[in-house]
Design a protein around this ligand. Structure first.
Ligand code: BGC
Length: 712
């Protein structure tokens, strides 16, 4: 449809039809035969109102979408096709590793590919829009939703977010019906909920917001993301659904967003529980005035917006125009059944292959004492622990994925290790005395014991905040007892957040962080444990020593009394009395079997100007005989700043394939823009003066150089 035709269509619409377009409901609203029943009846919707609604979220199958769309087109006066949205977060039916795991790959190519393949499967089921990527800045793993994030670094998060948007949307949504429109969320600040408790209060300074929370959203906008979802939380007392200044001024004017703004689920009605509106009428009026286009799953707009005497008809037309434009860009007016193909050939096989590869790229080897890993396929292995034969490895937000089709670690390992014994998959507390003795016997007779531990999917994601981040006592006890009979102990972890591993770390020789690895998890872990694949993941979030260190980021701000190597025993320095300041495993960290390392670094000059960027080189050595991947990271420190700033910030990274017994060079170019930060005036620009840079294989690296940023 042409632009002017869309405008003509809007001219034909009644006030109710316009408002209806701005309402989103679940499929059960359309489960109607004859009389209106179910949730539609609860909202007191007439048939006329029901068939004015603009979009649906959370359908399960192509048949369901087909039936709803067909009935809708028959019954609605203007036959404007419905838009179908869903949470396709890390795959649709075939489940990829959770986003936090994918972030461990430090690879926007990978997030792009995963998003492309997720779109391929979801569009076949009739989905048009995904509520992904989540671009929330996070520093607190008590918050279960860190699982959906790209971790604690805003620059890394921005790159990965771009990858997702490219992969979902492609370049032409109307032509390419195997792509989805993307909705970046949650705008904004949701990751800063106080105490890590979901749906809690958020208080953020404007500097912090601009420096760390907005960049990943800007990145999504730069890639042309079609929708933005506002978050549940308030910022500085102002709920995001009502936050005119952040939606209209920051998002639309300053950041340049002209797509659709959608509320989060029932967020408008929840304004009443927040006690910032008297009734749904006020909720609808104020949310619309603030710039919320779509009301997701509340009846505020559909039942109350028309009563708002101050409703700006031009603003209403603009909101409807944005929505119709999206439908048009997806080609829905010409093809309302977009993506649904009868008798489509199965793509499951190729997707499962891709999910296995993605999983292998996302595992992080946290510990490998005495090179206990990789194990040889000829070794006698004993696998046990509550996650040993568990298929609960998909993680939260895998609602269409079938747990029964996931490959457990036991299944994966039994394919690769002939001499494998699998013990009862249980925690210490669930074992009888007899079972325990027999486990000990098996452990004693094995060369290596693999303990599969971690969280359940239920314990992660939305509404899954935790105040205790160590493993459950009965898992810790199992580690201690088994290590007493066989010290050759390797732990494989399945979890959706950085955990506190301090209690188990001293008892084990190897730790492989497998996250929630997705449908092919067991195969991917088995190939990694047996050395077919070299682990290459790097932590996108630090693992704390103790939960009391949270919120935590490697981007620690400088303090007037910094803790140094020399003043460890002094009292009046910024430190904890009971635990170190540093995390157990820092951001950017992850070991490999090839033991790649940085041999030397060099720089092209001592000075950087706007015209002359600085070139920094590192030689990366692979001392082993196997091929390895190095993720070389470049950090900077601005020596004198207008505002208090972090002592170190990631600016760039490169993934390098290094064949065995060779040395490769990698080159970084640092420009003036890389030195910029948000100043008092909320503008981003660099300061002249001295800088240090650090190059290494994690955020703790001490390999450093210095340069000056000058005018010429
Ligand atoms: C979540 C969103 C999600 C939406 C729709 C909400 O509870 O916060 O992230 O997209 O539900 O399912």
């Amino acid at each position: 449809m042409k632009k002017n035709e869309l405008k003509e269509l809007i001219n034909e619409m009644t006030l109710e039809e316009k408002i209806g377009q701005l309402v989103q409901v679940t499929p059960d609203f359309f489960d109607q035969e004859g009389e209106i029943t179910g949730p539609a009846a609860e909202w007191r919707l007439s048939e006329e109102k029901l068939f004015q609604i603009g979009s649906v979220l959370g359908t399960h199958t192509a048949e369901q979408v087909y039936m709803i769309q067909k009935t809708y087109l028959e019954k609605s006066r203007l036959s404007i096709p419905l838009l179908f949205m869903a949470d396709v977060i890390h795959g649709y039916e075939t489940i990829f590793p959770i986003p936090l795991a994918l972030a461990s790959s430090f690879s926007a190519e990978l997030t792009e590919e995963v998003a492309r393949l997720s779109a391929l499967e979801a569009t076949r089921a009739g989905v048009h829009v995904t509520f992904s990527p989540m671009a929330d800045h996070v520093m607190d793993s008590r918050w279960g939703r860190v699982l959906e994030s790209n971790g604690e670094d805003p620059t890394l998060s921005a790159e990965l977010t771009k990858g997702y948007v490219r992969g979902y949307q492609g370049t032409d949504l109307a032509q390419d019906t195997e792509r989805l429109a993307a909705c970046v969320k949650h705008f904004v600040g949701y990751g800063a909920v106080q105490g890590g408790r979901d749906y809690n209060h958020v208080d953020l300074s404007p500097i912090e917001l601009h420096q760390n929370y907005l960049p990943a959203f800007q990145a999504a906008l730069d890639e042309g993301v079609k929708l933005v979802m506002t978050s549940f939380n308030p910022i500085n007392g102002q709920l995001m659904s009502l936050n005119r200044s952040l939606i209209k001024e920051t998002l639309r004017q300053e950041m340049g967003f002209d797509g659709v703004v959608i509320s989060d689920w029932n967020a408008l009605e929840e304004l009443l529980a927040h006690r910032v509106v008297r009734d749904k009428y006020q909720a609808a009026a104020e949310a619309f005035e603030a710039g919320t286009d779509i009301d997701m799953m509340s009846d505020c707009y559909i039942n109350h917006l028309a009563d708002f005497s101050g409703l700006d008809s031009q603003a209403l037309d603009e909101a409807v125009y944005r929505l119709l434009t999206l439908k048009n860009e997806l080609g829905l007016f010409e093809n309302p059944f977009r993506g649904i193909t009868a008798n489509a050939a199965s793509i499951e096989h190729s997707l499962r292959k891709a999910t296995k590869e993605a999983a292998m790229k996302s595992f992080v080897l946290l510990k490998n004492e005495d090179s206990i890993l990789p194990v040889s396929q000829k070794q006698r292995l004993f696998l046990l622990g509550p996650k040993a034969d568990s298929k609960d490895i998909l993680g939260a937000w895998s609602w269409i994925g079938k747990t029964a089709n996931a490959i457990s670690l036991a299944e994966g390992l039994s394919h690769r290790v002939p001499d494998l014994t699998i013990g009862k998959a249980a925690s210490w507390a669930e074992l009888s005395a007899e079972e325990y003795l027999s486990l000990c016997e098996e452990a004693r007779n094995s060369e290596v014991v693999v303990l599969a531990l971690g969280e359940s999917s239920e314990e992660t994601g939305e509404a899954a905040s935790k105040a205790i981040l160590s493993l459950p006592e009965s898992q810790i006890e199992l580690v201690k007892r088994i290590s007493a009979v066989n010290p050759n102990l390797v732990v494989v972890l399945f979890n959706g957040r950085p955990l506190e591993l301090t209690a188990i770390e001293p008892y084990v020789k190897g730790i492989l962080e497998a996250w929630f690895p997705g449908s092919e998890g067991g195969h991917a872990i088995a190939e990694t444990l047996t050395g077919y694949y070299d682990p290459q993941g790097k932590l996108p979030m630090s693992f704390p020593r103790a939960v009391g260190q949270l919120p935590f980021s490697y981007q620690a701000y400088s303090t007037g009394r910094p803790l140094t190597e020399k003043n460890q025993t002094e009292k009046y320095v910024s430190k904890y009395m009971d635990v170190g300041n540093d995390p157990l495993y820092p951001f950017g960290y992850g070991l490999s079997y090839s033991n790649v390392c940085i041999e030397a670094i060099s720089q092209s000059a001592e000075v950087l100007t706007r015209e002359k960027p600085l070139t920094i080189q590192a030689s990366v050595k692979n001392p082993s005989t196997r091929e390895g991947v190095a993720t070389v990271q470049l950090y900077i420190e601005d020596m004198v700043t207008e505002l208090v700033r972090p002592v170190r910030e990631l600016k760039s990274w490169q993934k390098l394939n290094v064949t065995g017994e060779t040395t490769e060079r990698c080159t970084f170019t640092l420009t003036a823009d890389d030195l910029a930060y948000v100043h008092r005036d909320l503008k981003r620009y660099p300061d002249f003066g001295q800088f240090r840079f650090f190059i290494g294989l994690d955020s703790r690296t001490t390999l450093a150089g210095q340069f000056e940023f000058c005018e010429s």
